[in-house]
Design a protein around this ligand. Sequence first.
Ligand code: ZN
Length: 199
Amino acid sequence: MAQKLIQPLNNAGITASYKWGTKYESSYGFTHYGQDLVGLFQTDPDAVYAQGSGIVAFAGWDNVCGNVVGIIYDEAVNHFDGGSYKVVGRYFHMASIKVSQGQRVTKDTQIGVVGATGQYVDGKHLHVEMDKDINYPNYTPTLSGDSNILKAGYRGSSDTSIDPMRMMHCKESHPDYQYIKVMNGSDWVDPRDAQIPHI
Ligand SMILES: [Zn+2]
């Protein structure tokens, strides 16, 4: 049975969404292919967890995106289109990394700590990308040139990135008790259009 990926931060605030980033594009001149999360409230707000069961495809210091981890998840549900498939999740800018390449992980595995490492970072946050092309897990449309770990663009004929919102579920039950808010202006509000199912 396909798994439902959950939030990488148990208490998360979304500060920038997939391909939604007027500020992003005006500041940096490129499209935002990920989702930016910050830790909110409670204890250990900066612990980054794997979003489900999978295997670490890469982990280490990238010259552009700082401490990065990529996880290839076992078949996972896309709650937007109803499909399920393996996806790669990429996590950038972490302060530190707690997993290594080849390691099996579950939603209870801490993979790192939220940070502000690498370039194009104006504050501590977690940048998350999701991509269907698990054959090239370290290729990201975020980069326009190759770095040491991450490579530019995508392979094949089309953009294979997915809005992380469509793969993510908020696990409100024991033991995770997850919580999600979205930045709207200067206020934290509930996600407006129920894009994140609660489980
Ligand atoms: Zn980002």
